[in-house]
Design a protein around this ligand. Structure first.
Ligand code: F6R
Length: 359
C-alpha cells in the first residue's frame, strides 16, 4: 500500500534507510559475525573470478559493487549484461563463480544465462528480492534483499539493497580468506551510518524539487558524469532519469566526454557531476569547467569533505566503499521530481513492465 504517498516510487525511495537497517538485522549473527551460509562463502572464497550477470539497474548495482568486492575479497570481478553474455560466452576462468543480480528473480535474459552456466556445472548464487523466484530456485545459492515489494517500475531500493548485500557477502568472503581489509571493515556499523546519512538526504525533499525545476524539467537532454564509482552511479542516475521523465540522459566517465560526447553540449545543457572520490574529484571538477565554458548548466553532487562553495547537493560522509549507496539517492529524487513536474506517471512509464519475462 502506498498510504499517503502520491507514488510508490517516492515511498520506495523513503524506505531505503529502513532497508539498510533490516539488512543489518537479517544478516547479523548474535556473535556479531555475518550470517551467510558457510558453504556459499567457502565456495566463493575458492573461486578465481566472479562473474556478475544482470540487466538494467541490477547490472549497475554490480558495477557499484565491483571495486569493494575486489578489494575485500582479492578476487577479480567482471560485470556482464545477461542479454550479451547469453549468446556469446566469453572465455571463462578455471574456477568461476556466477552471481545473478535480479530484483524480481524472473528476468528471462538472466535466466537464460543461468540455465547455460548450470549446464556447464558452474556454481551460482542469485541475489534477489523474491524468495522462491525462478532464478532463486535454479541457482545453487540465494541471498535475499529484504527490501519489501518493489512496485514502481523504476527500481530504487532494490539497487541499494543489492549493493549492501554484495558488501556483506564480500566482507564474509574476505574474512574467511583471512584478509585484513575485510576483518577491519565494520560492515554492519558502516551500513548503519549509511542509513542515517540517507535519512538526512531524504529529509530535504523540497530542495530537490527546486533543483529539478531549475535544471531538468524543461530540458531535452542531460548528462551525469563521474569517475570510478561515481561513473558507475552516473550510469544508474541517467537510466533513472530517462526511463521515467523521458529526458534523454547519459551517464559518462567524466574523462571520456572530451573524446566525442562534448559535441552535444549546448547553451543550457544540464551536466550533473558526482564527486565522492578524493583521488578523482578534482579531475571531474575540471571536466565540469570544460562543459561550463561551452554553455552547460552544471550541478554538483559532492561528499561533504570534497565540497566546494556553490555545490548544490552535499552528501554526508560514509565509508569510501559505500559512497554509491548514498550518491544515488539525490539522483533518484531528481528523476522523481523532474517526472512529476513534466506531468508523467512516475510509477508506470510508457513501454515498460516491472519484470521482463521475455528475451
Ligand atoms: C530500471 C529497472 C530495470 C531492471 C531490469 C532487471 O529501473 O528496473 O532496468 O533493473 O529489468 O530486473 P531484475 O532486477 O528484476 O532482474
Amino acid at each position: 500500500e502506498k498510504g499517503t504517498y502520491p507514488y510508490y516510487m517516492l515511498k520506495e525511495i523513503d524506505e531505503q534507510p529502513a532497508v539498510m537497517r533490516r539488512l543489518v538485522q537479517e544478516y547479523r549473527q548474535a556473535d556479531g559475525e555475518i550470517h551467510i551460509d558457510s558453504a556459499l562463502v567457502s565456495e566463493l572464497a575458492a573461486s578465481d573470478r566472479v562473474y556478475i550477470v544482470a540487466c538494467g539497474t541490477s547490472s549497475h548495482a554490480g558495477w557499484a559493487a565491483k571495486r569493494f568486492f575486489e578489494e575485500l575479497t582479492q578476487i577479480p570481478v567482471e560485470i556482464h549484461l545477461s542479454s550479451e553474455f547469453g549468446y556469446n560466452l566469453p572465455l571463462i576462468s578455471k574456477k568461476p563463480f556466477f552471481i545473478y543480480l535480479s530484483q524480481s528473480g524472473e528476468t528471462a535474459d538472466s535466466r537464460q544465462v543461468l540455465v547455460k552456466t548450470n549446464e556447464l556445472d558452474y556454481p551460482a548464487l542469485t541475489i534477489t528480492n523474491v524468495a522462491g523466484s525462478t532464478l532463486s530456485r535454479e541457482a545453487d545459492h540465494t541471498l535475499l534483499l529484504y527490501a519489501g515489494p518493489e512496485i514502481a517500475v523504476a527500481s530504487t531500493k532494490a539497487y541499494t539493497a543489492q549493493i549492501a548485500v554484495m558488501a556483506l557477502l564480500a566482507t564474509a568472503v574476505g574474512r574467511t580468506k583471512g584478509l585484513a581489509k575485510a576483518t577491519n571493515f565494520p560492515v554492519f556499523q558502516e551500513l548503519g551510518i549509511v542509513a542515517s546519512a540517507m535519512e538526512s538526504i531524504i529529509s530535504e525533499k523540497s530542495h530537490f524539487s527546486d533543483l529539478t525545476a531549475e535544471y531538468l524539467t524543461a530540458t531535452r537532454n542531460a548528462f551525469y558524469i563521474g569517475r570510478g564509482n561515481d561513473y558507475y552511479v552516473s550510469m544508474e542516475a541517467a537510466l533513472k532519469l530517462k526511463e521515467i521523465s523521458y529526458i534523454q540522459a547519459e551517464g559518462f566517465a567524466a574523462g571520456e566526454l572530451k573524446h566525442g560526447t562534448i559535441a552535444l553540449i549546448e547553451e543550457g545543457t544540464p551536466v550533473i557531476g558526482i564527486i565522492t572520490d578524493e583521488v578523482t574529484g578534482s579531475h571531474t571538477r575540471g571536466n565540469l569547467k570544460e562543459v561550463e565554458s561551452r554553455g552547460a548548466k552544471t550541478l554538483v553532487i559532492a561528499s561533504e569533505a570534497l565540497a566546494k562553495v556553490g555545490d548544490q547537493i552535499l552528501l554526508p560522509q560514509v565509508h569510501p566503499y559505500l559512497t554509491s549507496l548514498l550518491a544515488v539517492l539525490p539522483t533518484q529524487l531528481l528523476a522523481y521530481y523532474a517526472t512529476l513536474q513534466r506531468g508523467y506517471d512516475v510509477d508506470k512509464p510508457r513501454n515498460l513492465a516491472k519484470s521482463v519475462t521475455v528475451e
